[in-house]
Ligand binder design. Structure first.
Ligand code: NAG
Ligand code: NAG
Ligand code: NAG
Ligand code: NAG
Ligand code: NAG
Ligand code: NAG
Ligand code: NAG
Ligand code: NAG
Ligand code: NAG
Ligand code: NAG
Ligand code: NAG
Ligand code: NAG
Length: 382
Protein backbone atom coordinates (compact mmCIF):
# COMPACT_ATOMS: atom_id res chain seq x y z
CA UNK A 1 0.00 0.00 0.00
CA UNK A 2 2.56 2.43 1.19
CA UNK A 3 4.84 1.51 -1.71
CA UNK A 4 1.97 2.12 -4.11
CA UNK A 5 1.32 5.55 -2.72
CA UNK A 6 4.96 6.47 -2.91
CA UNK A 7 5.09 5.30 -6.50
CA UNK A 8 2.07 7.38 -7.31
CA UNK A 9 3.62 10.38 -5.62
CA UNK A 10 6.72 9.88 -7.71
CA UNK A 11 4.70 9.75 -10.91
CA UNK A 12 2.78 12.86 -9.97
CA UNK A 13 6.01 14.66 -9.12
CA UNK A 14 7.51 13.66 -12.46
CA UNK A 15 4.45 14.79 -14.34
CA UNK A 16 4.53 18.17 -12.57
CA UNK A 17 8.22 18.55 -13.28
CA UNK A 18 7.62 17.87 -16.95
CA UNK A 19 5.01 20.60 -17.14
CA UNK A 20 7.44 23.10 -15.68
CA UNK A 21 9.62 24.16 -18.56
CA UNK A 22 12.70 26.24 -17.97
CA UNK A 23 12.58 29.85 -19.10
CA UNK A 24 14.19 29.40 -22.51
CA UNK A 25 11.96 26.45 -23.28
CA UNK A 26 8.86 28.37 -22.16
CA UNK A 27 9.73 31.34 -24.37
CA UNK A 28 10.82 29.40 -27.43
CA UNK A 29 7.68 27.24 -27.38
CA UNK A 30 5.59 30.35 -28.08
CA UNK A 31 5.78 31.48 -31.73
CA UNK A 32 4.54 34.93 -30.68
CA UNK A 33 7.82 35.33 -28.80
CA UNK A 34 10.21 34.34 -31.58
CA UNK A 35 11.74 37.83 -31.78
CA UNK A 36 12.35 37.89 -28.02
CA UNK A 37 13.83 34.41 -28.19
CA UNK A 38 16.26 35.39 -30.92
CA UNK A 39 17.16 38.62 -29.12
CA UNK A 40 17.91 36.71 -25.92
CA UNK A 41 19.98 34.25 -27.95
CA UNK A 42 22.52 37.03 -28.35
CA UNK A 43 22.71 37.61 -24.59
CA UNK A 44 23.69 34.21 -23.16
CA UNK A 45 25.11 35.55 -19.88
CA UNK A 46 21.99 37.60 -19.26
CA UNK A 47 19.75 34.63 -20.03
CA UNK A 48 21.84 32.49 -17.72
CA UNK A 49 21.13 34.89 -14.86
CA UNK A 50 17.51 35.34 -15.82
CA UNK A 51 17.06 31.57 -15.81
CA UNK A 52 18.38 31.30 -12.28
CA UNK A 53 15.91 33.77 -10.82
CA UNK A 54 13.13 32.30 -8.72
CA UNK A 55 9.75 33.75 -7.97
CA UNK A 56 9.61 36.24 -10.82
CA UNK A 57 7.10 37.23 -13.48
CA UNK A 58 8.46 37.99 -16.92
CA UNK A 59 6.48 40.39 -19.07
CA UNK A 60 7.48 39.10 -22.47
CA UNK A 61 7.04 41.51 -25.40
CA UNK A 62 5.53 39.68 -28.36
CA UNK A 63 6.55 40.06 -32.00
CA UNK A 64 4.04 42.87 -32.47
CA UNK A 65 5.76 44.72 -29.62
CA UNK A 66 9.16 44.11 -31.23
CA UNK A 67 7.96 45.41 -34.57
CA UNK A 68 6.79 48.65 -32.99
CA UNK A 69 9.88 48.94 -30.81
CA UNK A 70 12.40 48.26 -33.55
CA UNK A 71 10.64 50.82 -35.68
CA UNK A 72 11.34 53.47 -33.05
CA UNK A 73 14.74 55.09 -32.93
CA UNK A 74 15.39 53.70 -29.45
CA UNK A 75 14.73 50.23 -30.73
CA UNK A 76 16.59 50.49 -34.01
CA UNK A 77 19.77 51.41 -32.16
CA UNK A 78 19.32 48.31 -30.09
CA UNK A 79 18.69 46.06 -33.03
CA UNK A 80 22.32 46.46 -33.96
CA UNK A 81 23.18 44.93 -30.59
CA UNK A 82 25.61 47.77 -29.96
CA UNK A 83 24.24 48.64 -26.55
CA UNK A 84 23.72 45.43 -24.68
CA UNK A 85 23.72 47.22 -21.30
CA UNK A 86 20.68 49.20 -22.33
CA UNK A 87 18.82 46.25 -23.77
CA UNK A 88 19.57 44.33 -20.58
CA UNK A 89 18.26 47.23 -18.51
CA UNK A 90 15.11 47.38 -20.59
CA UNK A 91 14.59 43.64 -20.26
CA UNK A 92 15.33 43.73 -16.52
CA UNK A 93 12.49 46.20 -16.20
CA UNK A 94 10.25 43.49 -17.63
CA UNK A 95 11.11 41.13 -14.76
CA UNK A 96 8.67 41.58 -11.87
CA UNK A 97 9.61 40.48 -8.38
CA UNK A 98 7.07 37.84 -7.36
CA UNK A 99 5.04 35.19 -9.18
CA UNK A 100 1.88 36.79 -10.47
CA UNK A 101 -0.36 34.37 -12.28
CA UNK A 102 -2.96 37.10 -12.10
CA UNK A 103 -2.87 40.56 -10.62
CA UNK A 104 -5.75 40.66 -8.19
CA UNK A 105 -8.33 43.40 -8.27
CA UNK A 106 -6.49 46.53 -7.18
CA UNK A 107 -3.89 48.80 -8.72
CA UNK A 108 -0.42 47.87 -7.51
CA UNK A 109 3.12 49.12 -8.03
CA UNK A 110 5.21 46.01 -8.46
CA UNK A 111 9.00 46.09 -8.00
CA UNK A 112 11.16 44.92 -10.89
CA UNK A 113 14.69 43.68 -11.38
CA UNK A 114 15.73 47.09 -12.77
CA UNK A 115 17.94 48.17 -9.90
CA UNK A 116 21.33 49.63 -10.95
CA UNK A 117 21.56 53.37 -10.14
CA UNK A 118 22.56 54.10 -13.73
CA UNK A 119 18.96 53.27 -14.60
CA UNK A 120 16.89 53.62 -11.44
CA UNK A 121 17.24 55.05 -7.96
CA UNK A 122 14.24 53.35 -6.40
CA UNK A 123 15.00 51.08 -3.45
CA UNK A 124 13.88 47.52 -4.13
CA UNK A 125 13.83 48.12 -7.89
CA UNK A 126 11.96 50.40 -10.29
CA UNK A 127 8.20 49.80 -10.21
CA UNK A 128 5.61 49.02 -12.86
CA UNK A 129 2.03 50.13 -12.25
CA UNK A 130 -0.36 47.22 -12.73
CA UNK A 131 -4.00 47.99 -13.44
CA UNK A 132 -6.12 44.84 -13.32
CA UNK A 133 -9.38 44.81 -15.21
CA UNK A 134 -11.65 41.80 -15.03
CA UNK A 135 -8.87 39.24 -15.28
CA UNK A 136 -6.86 41.24 -17.83
CA UNK A 137 -4.01 43.51 -16.84
CA UNK A 138 -2.60 46.78 -18.17
CA UNK A 139 0.91 47.88 -17.24
CA UNK A 140 1.87 51.55 -17.05
CA UNK A 141 5.54 52.48 -17.24
CA UNK A 142 7.57 55.61 -18.00
CA UNK A 143 5.51 58.55 -19.37
CA UNK A 144 2.43 56.44 -18.57
CA UNK A 145 3.11 54.27 -21.61
CA UNK A 146 0.63 51.45 -21.61
CA UNK A 147 1.15 47.73 -22.30
CA UNK A 148 -1.46 45.00 -22.07
CA UNK A 149 -1.16 41.32 -21.24
CA UNK A 150 -2.44 39.15 -24.07
CA UNK A 151 -3.33 35.48 -23.88
CA UNK A 152 -2.80 33.20 -20.92
CA UNK A 153 0.10 33.16 -18.52
CA UNK A 154 2.62 30.31 -18.83
CA UNK A 155 4.38 28.75 -15.86
CA UNK A 156 8.09 28.12 -15.95
CA UNK A 157 10.50 26.82 -13.33
CA UNK A 158 11.21 30.33 -11.95
CA UNK A 159 7.70 31.75 -12.07
CA UNK A 160 5.30 32.97 -14.72
CA UNK A 161 5.49 34.52 -18.18
CA UNK A 162 2.84 36.99 -19.40
CA UNK A 163 2.97 38.01 -23.04
CA UNK A 164 2.55 41.77 -23.54
CA UNK A 165 1.75 43.74 -26.66
CA UNK A 166 4.13 46.65 -26.21
CA UNK A 167 7.49 47.26 -24.52
CA UNK A 168 7.51 48.91 -21.13
CA UNK A 169 9.24 52.29 -21.21
CA UNK A 170 12.04 52.64 -18.65
CA UNK A 171 11.18 55.70 -16.52
CA UNK A 172 13.52 58.61 -17.21
CA UNK A 173 14.73 61.21 -14.76
CA UNK A 174 12.43 63.94 -13.48
CA UNK A 175 13.74 66.69 -15.76
CA UNK A 176 13.46 64.61 -18.89
CA UNK A 177 10.06 63.27 -17.93
CA UNK A 178 8.82 66.78 -17.14
CA UNK A 179 9.96 68.03 -20.54
CA UNK A 180 8.18 65.19 -22.32
CA UNK A 181 5.10 65.77 -20.18
CA UNK A 182 5.07 69.45 -21.23
CA UNK A 183 5.70 70.57 -17.65
CA UNK A 184 8.04 73.13 -19.13
CA UNK A 185 7.51 75.93 -16.62
CA UNK A 186 8.45 73.58 -13.79
CA UNK A 187 11.58 72.55 -15.67
CA UNK A 188 12.41 76.22 -16.28
CA UNK A 189 11.96 76.95 -12.57
CA UNK A 190 14.22 74.04 -11.60
CA UNK A 191 16.89 75.22 -14.02
CA UNK A 192 16.60 78.82 -12.79
CA UNK A 193 17.12 77.67 -9.20
CA UNK A 194 19.88 75.30 -10.33
CA UNK A 195 18.02 72.39 -8.74
CA UNK A 196 17.43 70.07 -11.69
CA UNK A 197 20.63 68.05 -11.34
CA UNK A 198 20.24 67.79 -7.56
CA UNK A 199 16.67 66.59 -7.85
CA UNK A 200 17.52 64.04 -10.54
CA UNK A 201 20.34 62.69 -8.36
CA UNK A 202 18.22 61.95 -5.27
CA UNK A 203 16.85 58.49 -4.51
CA UNK A 204 13.31 57.52 -3.55
CA UNK A 205 11.44 60.78 -4.07
CA UNK A 206 7.87 61.88 -4.49
CA UNK A 207 7.60 65.14 -6.38
CA UNK A 208 4.46 67.22 -6.83
CA UNK A 209 4.99 69.03 -10.12
CA UNK A 210 2.74 72.01 -10.91
CA UNK A 211 1.54 72.15 -14.52
CA UNK A 212 2.17 75.13 -16.79
CA UNK A 213 -1.17 76.73 -15.98
CA UNK A 214 -0.26 76.62 -12.27
CA UNK A 215 2.88 78.71 -12.86
CA UNK A 216 1.01 80.99 -15.23
CA UNK A 217 -1.56 81.62 -12.50
CA UNK A 218 1.17 83.24 -10.40
CA UNK A 219 2.92 84.64 -13.45
CA UNK A 220 3.10 88.21 -12.12
CA UNK A 221 4.98 87.04 -9.02
CA UNK A 222 7.45 84.71 -10.65
CA UNK A 223 9.77 87.34 -12.02
CA UNK A 224 10.21 88.87 -8.58
CA UNK A 225 11.19 85.69 -6.79
CA UNK A 226 14.78 85.57 -5.64
CA UNK A 227 16.69 82.34 -6.19
CA UNK A 228 16.28 81.75 -2.47
CA UNK A 229 12.48 82.18 -2.69
CA UNK A 230 12.30 79.92 -5.70
CA UNK A 231 14.46 77.27 -4.05
CA UNK A 232 12.32 77.28 -0.94
CA UNK A 233 9.16 76.98 -3.06
CA UNK A 234 10.48 74.19 -5.27
CA UNK A 235 11.97 72.11 -2.47
CA UNK A 236 8.58 72.36 -0.76
CA UNK A 237 7.27 70.21 -3.64
CA UNK A 238 9.70 67.35 -2.97
CA UNK A 239 9.34 64.51 -0.47
CA UNK A 240 12.81 63.01 -0.10
CA UNK A 241 13.24 59.40 0.93
CA UNK A 242 9.68 58.17 0.36
CA UNK A 243 8.16 57.04 -2.89
CA UNK A 244 4.45 57.61 -2.34
CA UNK A 245 2.36 56.19 -5.17
CA UNK A 246 -1.31 57.10 -5.16
CA UNK A 247 -2.05 53.85 -3.32
CA UNK A 248 0.20 55.07 -0.48
CA UNK A 249 -1.43 58.48 -0.09
CA UNK A 250 -3.91 59.02 2.69
CA UNK A 251 -4.97 61.96 4.85
CA UNK A 252 -1.68 62.88 6.39
CA UNK A 253 1.02 65.48 6.71
CA UNK A 254 4.39 64.81 5.07
CA UNK A 255 7.70 66.63 5.62
CA UNK A 256 9.28 68.05 2.47
CA UNK A 257 12.86 68.52 1.36
CA UNK A 258 12.40 72.25 1.98
CA UNK A 259 11.51 71.68 5.63
CA UNK A 260 7.80 72.47 5.91
CA UNK A 261 5.06 69.86 5.75
CA UNK A 262 2.46 69.39 3.03
CA UNK A 263 -1.01 68.15 3.91
CA UNK A 264 -2.45 65.33 1.82
CA UNK A 265 -6.24 65.14 1.62
CA UNK A 266 -8.01 62.26 -0.09
CA UNK A 267 -11.58 63.11 -1.05
CA UNK A 268 -13.21 60.26 -2.93
CA UNK A 269 -11.22 59.88 -6.13
CA UNK A 270 -9.54 63.25 -5.71
CA UNK A 271 -6.24 63.80 -3.96
CA UNK A 272 -5.08 67.23 -2.80
CA UNK A 273 -1.73 68.50 -1.63
CA UNK A 274 -2.53 71.51 0.54
CA UNK A 275 -5.00 73.26 -1.79
CA UNK A 276 -3.58 71.83 -5.03
CA UNK A 277 -5.37 69.02 -6.81
CA UNK A 278 -3.45 66.07 -8.22
CA UNK A 279 -4.44 66.06 -11.90
CA UNK A 280 -2.15 63.29 -13.19
CA UNK A 281 -1.01 60.80 -10.55
CA UNK A 282 1.74 58.20 -10.70
CA UNK A 283 4.07 59.33 -13.43
CA UNK A 284 6.98 56.98 -12.81
CA UNK A 285 10.45 58.55 -12.90
CA UNK A 286 13.95 57.12 -12.50
CA UNK A 287 14.11 58.02 -8.80
CA UNK A 288 10.50 57.69 -7.72
CA UNK A 289 7.18 59.16 -8.71
CA UNK A 290 5.75 62.47 -9.91
CA UNK A 291 2.20 63.61 -9.29
CA UNK A 292 1.15 66.54 -11.45
CA UNK A 293 -0.77 69.24 -9.54
CA UNK A 294 -2.83 72.23 -10.66
CA UNK A 295 -1.32 74.96 -8.49
CA UNK A 296 2.05 75.93 -7.11
CA UNK A 297 2.50 75.10 -3.42
CA UNK A 298 3.47 77.95 -1.13
CA UNK A 299 5.63 77.02 1.88
CA UNK A 300 4.50 80.28 3.53
CA UNK A 301 0.87 79.21 3.18
CA UNK A 302 0.92 75.59 4.24
CA UNK A 303 -2.59 75.78 5.68
CA UNK A 304 -4.19 76.44 2.27
CA UNK A 305 -7.14 74.05 2.15
CA UNK A 306 -8.59 72.10 -0.74
CA UNK A 307 -11.74 73.27 -2.40
CA UNK A 308 -13.05 70.16 -4.12
CA UNK A 309 -15.70 72.15 -6.00
CA UNK A 310 -13.06 74.26 -7.78
CA UNK A 311 -12.18 72.63 -11.07
CA UNK A 312 -8.88 74.40 -11.48
CA UNK A 313 -6.26 75.44 -8.99
CA UNK A 314 -6.68 78.50 -6.82
CA UNK A 315 -3.27 80.11 -6.32
CA UNK A 316 -1.85 79.74 -2.83
CA UNK A 317 -0.06 83.09 -3.26
CA UNK A 318 -1.66 86.42 -2.39
CA UNK A 319 -1.87 88.94 -5.22
CA UNK A 320 -1.35 86.36 -7.92
CA UNK A 321 -2.34 87.30 -11.46
CA UNK A 322 -2.54 85.08 -14.49
CA UNK A 323 0.17 86.08 -16.96
CA UNK A 324 3.11 84.59 -18.82
CA UNK A 325 5.63 83.38 -16.24
CA UNK A 326 8.52 83.39 -18.71
CA UNK A 327 9.92 80.23 -17.15
CA UNK A 328 9.66 77.93 -20.12
CA UNK A 329 11.84 79.96 -22.44
CA UNK A 330 14.88 77.94 -23.37
CA UNK A 331 13.36 74.68 -22.13
CA UNK A 332 13.29 72.05 -24.89
CA UNK A 333 9.84 71.53 -26.36
CA UNK A 334 8.22 68.18 -25.76
CA UNK A 335 8.21 65.57 -28.47
CA UNK A 336 5.90 63.20 -26.63
CA UNK A 337 3.10 63.49 -24.12
CA UNK A 338 1.70 61.80 -21.08
CA UNK A 339 -1.02 59.21 -21.09
CA UNK A 340 -0.35 58.41 -24.69
CA UNK A 341 -2.63 56.71 -27.10
CA UNK A 342 -1.12 53.71 -28.81
CA UNK A 343 0.41 55.91 -31.52
CA UNK A 344 1.90 58.40 -29.07
CA UNK A 345 3.37 55.63 -26.99
CA UNK A 346 5.54 54.54 -29.85
CA UNK A 347 6.66 58.13 -30.17
CA UNK A 348 7.49 58.22 -26.46
CA UNK A 349 9.64 55.17 -26.88
CA UNK A 350 11.25 56.70 -29.92
CA UNK A 351 12.14 59.93 -28.19
CA UNK A 352 13.91 58.12 -25.41
CA UNK A 353 16.93 58.10 -27.60
CA UNK A 354 16.32 60.51 -30.43
CA UNK A 355 17.19 63.71 -28.61
CA UNK A 356 20.25 62.54 -26.74
CA UNK A 357 22.01 65.64 -27.95
CA UNK A 358 19.52 67.89 -26.13
CA UNK A 359 20.09 69.98 -23.04
CA UNK A 360 19.12 67.15 -20.76
CA UNK A 361 20.14 63.77 -22.04
CA UNK A 362 17.40 61.26 -22.39
CA UNK A 363 17.92 57.78 -21.29
CA UNK A 364 20.24 56.53 -23.97
CA UNK A 365 22.12 59.80 -23.93
CA UNK A 366 22.71 59.40 -20.22
CA UNK A 367 23.87 55.87 -20.61
CA UNK A 368 27.16 55.41 -22.19
CA UNK A 369 27.70 52.21 -24.08
CA UNK A 370 28.02 48.76 -22.71
CA UNK A 371 31.28 49.68 -21.04
CA UNK A 372 29.29 50.78 -18.02
CA UNK A 373 28.61 47.19 -17.13
CA UNK A 374 30.24 43.89 -17.54
CA UNK A 375 28.00 41.59 -19.50
CA UNK A 376 25.12 40.51 -17.35
CA UNK A 377 26.08 42.74 -14.43
CA UNK A 378 22.61 44.20 -14.30
CA UNK A 379 21.08 41.19 -12.66
CA UNK A 380 24.17 40.31 -10.68
CA UNK A 381 23.20 41.87 -7.38
CA UNK A 382 19.71 40.44 -7.07
C1 NAG B 1 15.95 24.22 -20.84
O1 NAG B 1 15.19 23.14 -21.31
C2 NAG B 1 15.58 22.71 -22.60
C3 NAG B 1 14.59 21.67 -23.10
O2 NAG B 1 14.00 20.98 -22.03
C4 NAG B 1 17.01 22.18 -22.53
O3 NAG B 1 17.42 21.76 -23.82
C5 NAG B 1 17.91 23.29 -22.05
O4 NAG B 1 19.23 22.81 -21.88
C6 NAG B 1 17.43 23.84 -20.74
N1 NAG B 1 18.20 25.04 -20.42
C7 NAG B 1 18.70 25.27 -19.22
C8 NAG B 1 19.47 26.53 -19.04
O5 NAG B 1 18.54 24.49 -18.30
C1 NAG C 1 10.29 38.86 -35.74
O1 NAG C 1 9.41 37.80 -36.01
C2 NAG C 1 8.87 37.85 -37.32
C3 NAG C 1 7.83 36.73 -37.42
O2 NAG C 1 8.39 35.55 -36.94
C4 NAG C 1 9.98 37.72 -38.33
O3 NAG C 1 9.46 37.83 -39.62
C5 NAG C 1 11.00 38.84 -38.10
O4 NAG C 1 12.09 38.68 -38.95
C6 NAG C 1 11.47 38.83 -36.68
N1 NAG C 1 12.31 39.99 -36.44
C7 NAG C 1 13.44 39.94 -35.75
C8 NAG C 1 14.17 41.23 -35.59
O5 NAG C 1 13.86 38.90 -35.25
C1 NAG D 1 7.65 35.68 -4.03
O1 NAG D 1 7.75 37.09 -4.14
C2 NAG D 1 6.72 37.78 -3.47
C3 NAG D 1 6.90 39.25 -3.78
O2 NAG D 1 8.19 39.67 -3.54
C4 NAG D 1 6.79 37.49 -1.99
O3 NAG D 1 5.74 38.14 -1.34
C5 NAG D 1 6.68 35.99 -1.78
O4 NAG D 1 6.86 35.70 -0.41
C6 NAG D 1 7.74 35.25 -2.58
N1 NAG D 1 7.51 33.83 -2.51
C7 NAG D 1 8.49 32.95 -2.42
C8 NAG D 1 8.10 31.52 -2.38
O5 NAG D 1 9.68 33.29 -2.35
C1 NAG E 1 -8.70 46.01 -2.94
O1 NAG E 1 -9.02 47.29 -2.43
C2 NAG E 1 -10.18 47.31 -1.62
C3 NAG E 1 -10.49 48.75 -1.30
O2 NAG E 1 -9.35 49.42 -0.94
C4 NAG E 1 -9.93 46.47 -0.38
O3 NAG E 1 -11.08 46.46 0.40
C5 NAG E 1 -9.58 45.06 -0.82
O4 NAG E 1 -9.24 44.29 0.31
C6 NAG E 1 -8.43 45.05 -1.78
N1 NAG E 1 -8.25 43.72 -2.31
C7 NAG E 1 -7.11 43.07 -2.23
C8 NAG E 1 -7.10 41.70 -2.84
O5 NAG E 1 -6.12 43.54 -1.71
C1 NAG F 1 12.69 40.40 -4.69
O1 NAG F 1 12.48 41.05 -3.46
C2 NAG F 1 13.17 40.42 -2.40
C3 NAG F 1 12.72 41.08 -1.11
O2 NAG F 1 12.72 42.45 -1.25
C4 NAG F 1 14.66 40.54 -2.66
O3 NAG F 1 15.38 39.91 -1.64
C5 NAG F 1 14.99 39.89 -4.01
O4 NAG F 1 16.34 40.08 -4.30
C6 NAG F 1 14.15 40.46 -5.11
N1 NAG F 1 14.32 39.68 -6.33
C7 NAG F 1 14.40 40.25 -7.55
C8 NAG F 1 14.48 39.30 -8.69
O5 NAG F 1 14.41 41.45 -7.71
C1 NAG G 1 -9.79 40.60 -21.64
O1 NAG G 1 -9.10 40.59 -22.89
C2 NAG G 1 -9.71 39.80 -23.87
C3 NAG G 1 -8.86 39.79 -25.14
O2 NAG G 1 -7.70 40.52 -24.98
C4 NAG G 1 -11.08 40.37 -24.17
O3 NAG G 1 -11.73 39.56 -25.13
C5 NAG G 1 -11.90 40.40 -22.89
O4 NAG G 1 -13.12 41.03 -23.13
C6 NAG G 1 -11.17 41.17 -21.82
N1 NAG G 1 -11.90 41.07 -20.58
C7 NAG G 1 -12.24 42.15 -19.86
C8 NAG G 1 -13.06 41.89 -18.65
O5 NAG G 1 -11.90 43.28 -20.19
C1 NAG H 1 -6.62 30.40 -21.87
O1 NAG H 1 -7.07 29.53 -20.88
C2 NAG H 1 -8.45 29.26 -20.95
C3 NAG H 1 -8.85 28.43 -19.75
O2 NAG H 1 -7.79 27.67 -19.29
C4 NAG H 1 -8.74 28.54 -22.27
O3 NAG H 1 -10.11 28.30 -22.39
C5 NAG H 1 -8.28 29.44 -23.42
O4 NAG H 1 -8.42 28.78 -24.65
C6 NAG H 1 -6.84 29.83 -23.26
N1 NAG H 1 -6.50 30.83 -24.26
C7 NAG H 1 -5.42 30.77 -25.00
C8 NAG H 1 -5.21 31.90 -25.96
O5 NAG H 1 -4.60 29.88 -24.89
C1 NAG I 1 0.79 27.43 -12.82
O1 NAG I 1 1.17 27.13 -11.50
C2 NAG I 1 0.17 27.36 -10.55
C3 NAG I 1 0.70 27.03 -9.19
O2 NAG I 1 1.93 27.61 -9.00
C4 NAG I 1 -1.07 26.53 -10.86
O3 NAG I 1 -2.10 26.89 -9.96
C5 NAG I 1 -1.52 26.82 -12.29
O4 NAG I 1 -2.59 25.98 -12.62
C6 NAG I 1 -0.39 26.62 -13.25
N1 NAG I 1 -0.85 27.05 -14.57
C7 NAG I 1 -0.66 26.34 -15.67
C8 NAG I 1 -1.18 26.91 -16.94
O5 NAG I 1 -0.08 25.25 -15.64
C1 NAG J 1 20.90 57.81 -9.71
O1 NAG J 1 21.59 58.62 -8.78
C2 NAG J 1 22.95 58.81 -9.11
C3 NAG J 1 23.61 59.52 -7.95
O2 NAG J 1 23.04 60.74 -7.71
C4 NAG J 1 23.03 59.56 -10.42
O3 NAG J 1 24.38 59.73 -10.78
C5 NAG J 1 22.31 58.77 -11.49
O4 NAG J 1 22.30 59.49 -12.69
C6 NAG J 1 20.89 58.47 -11.07
N1 NAG J 1 20.27 57.59 -12.05
C7 NAG J 1 19.31 57.97 -12.90
C8 NAG J 1 18.79 56.93 -13.83
O5 NAG J 1 18.87 59.09 -12.93
C1 NAG K 1 2.43 72.64 -23.67
O1 NAG K 1 1.82 73.56 -22.79
C2 NAG K 1 1.58 74.83 -23.38
C3 NAG K 1 0.98 75.72 -22.32
O2 NAG K 1 1.93 76.03 -21.40
C4 NAG K 1 0.62 74.68 -24.55
O3 NAG K 1 0.45 75.92 -25.16
C5 NAG K 1 1.21 73.69 -25.55
O4 NAG K 1 0.27 73.46 -26.55
C6 NAG K 1 1.53 72.38 -24.86
N1 NAG K 1 2.24 71.53 -25.81
C7 NAG K 1 1.89 70.27 -26.00
C8 NAG K 1 2.72 69.50 -26.98
O5 NAG K 1 0.95 69.75 -25.42
C1 NAG L 1 8.07 93.15 -8.74
O1 NAG L 1 9.20 94.00 -8.54
C2 NAG L 1 9.06 95.27 -9.17
C3 NAG L 1 10.39 95.99 -9.06
O2 NAG L 1 11.00 95.74 -7.82
C4 NAG L 1 7.93 96.02 -8.51
O3 NAG L 1 7.75 97.26 -9.14
C5 NAG L 1 6.65 95.21 -8.68
O4 NAG L 1 5.59 95.80 -8.00
C6 NAG L 1 6.84 93.80 -8.14
N1 NAG L 1 5.68 93.03 -8.52
C7 NAG L 1 4.99 92.32 -7.64
C8 NAG L 1 3.80 91.60 -8.18
O5 NAG L 1 5.31 92.23 -6.47
C1 NAG M 1 -4.19 52.13 -22.67
O1 NAG M 1 -4.09 52.79 -23.91
C2 NAG M 1 -5.25 52.69 -24.69
C3 NAG M 1 -5.00 53.36 -26.00
O2 NAG M 1 -3.79 52.94 -26.50
C4 NAG M 1 -6.43 53.31 -23.99
O3 NAG M 1 -7.59 53.12 -24.74
C5 NAG M 1 -6.59 52.68 -22.62
O4 NAG M 1 -7.59 53.35 -21.90
C6 NAG M 1 -5.31 52.74 -21.85
N1 NAG M 1 -5.48 52.04 -20.61
C7 NAG M 1 -5.11 52.55 -19.46
C8 NAG M 1 -5.36 51.69 -18.26
O5 NAG M 1 -4.56 53.62 -19.35
Amino acid sequence: MQFKNLALAAIVATATAQEQQNLTAALSSNPELSNLTSFLGALPDFVGQLSQLQNVTLLAPNNEAFAEFLNSSAGSGLASGSDSALIQAILSYHVLNGTYESFGENVTFVPTALQPPQFANVTGGQRVEVIPSGGNATFLSGLLANSTAVGNATNFTGGVVHVIDRFLVVPQNISETAIQANLTSAVGALLKADLATTLDGLSDVTVFVPDNAAFRAIGNLVGNLTTENLTSILTYHVVNGTVAYSTDLSNTSIPTLGGGNVTITVDGDSVFVNSARVTVPNVLVANGVVHVIDSVLNPANSTAEPNPSESSGVPAFAGAQDQDDGLASGVPTPTASLNPTSEASAAATATSSSSSGGAMPMITGAIAPAALFGAGAILANL
